[in-house]
Design a protein around this ligand. Structure first.
Ligand code: C5P
Length: 212
């Protein structure tokens, strides 16, 4: 079984994806980490994230076995990740890894922006997870403060809106729901309630019921 979970930053898709993978005993890939790793390699080497030639070289050289998740999640990397992710050559270079991951037995949950549309268009279940920008910003602030990072809520909101805009407007695999994706709005849901709603959708599809 392949489950595609897309949506904007801090919509809850990552947390839902992890929990779903764990209960269905599937592999899990947070595909944002891949773009973040390319971006971090660029920043570490002193390249601008919009240097297409270097970004492609960094994407080709990527080693997902050596990801330092905490370093990749740093806010400074987020913005650069959305710049490198708009580069079609970078996306193409990262496609095979993601597709191979998706088809590893017994199946996988992948979360990102283009899983249901580009990486796994034949996924068994597709979720598109959303929440209002304000709620997403509040969640991201809590997450960052829990990690001891001093953050300004207005800045976090501005960063999310900027990334939403860039991710949705790019021509290469923009952030958008697949036509057959099930929309899940987590604005007013706790983590547990969002997870249960996701399971309901998956079980609905598995038992042949259509819910949207
Ligand atoms: O999900 P996360 O916020 O970690 O993703 C960082 C950036 O990577 C996003 O803003 C987006 O530009 C890019 N991304 C993407 N396609 C994916 C996953 C992430 O373009 N499948």
């Amino acid at each position: 079984m392949i489950i595609a979970i897309d949506g904007p930053a801090a919509s809850g898709k990552g947390t839902i994806a992890k929990k779903i993978a764990s209960i269905y005993r599937l592999h899990h890939l947070d595909t944002g980490l891949i773009y973040r790793a390319v971006a971090k390699a660029m920043l570490d080497a002193g390249h601008s994230p919009d240097n297409g030639k270097e970004a492609l070289a960094a994407a080709i050289a990527l080693d997902p076995a050596n990801f330092d998740e905490a370093a990749l999640k740093a806010p400074a990397v987020s913005e650069a990740a959305s710049v490198v992710a708009a580069n079609p050559d970078v996306r193409q270079a990262l496609m095979n890894y993601q597709r191979a991951f998706a088809t590893k037995p017994p199946g996988a949950v992948l979360d990102g922006r283009d899983i249901g549309t580009v990486i796994a268009p034949d996924a068994d279940v597709k979720l598109f997870v959303v929440a209002t920008p304000e709620v997403r910003a509040a969640r991201r602030v809590m997450e960052l403060r829990a990690r001891g990072e001093d953050t300004d809520e207005h800045e976090v909101l501005a960063d999310l809106l900027r990334r939403d805009e860039r991710d949705s407007r790019r021509t290469a695999a923009p952030l958008k729901p697949a036509p057959d994706a099930h929309l899940l709005d987590t604005t007013h849901l706790s983590i547990d309630a969002a997870f249960r709603a996701a399971v309901d959708i998956i079980e609905g599809v598995r038992t042949g019921r259509k819910r949207r």
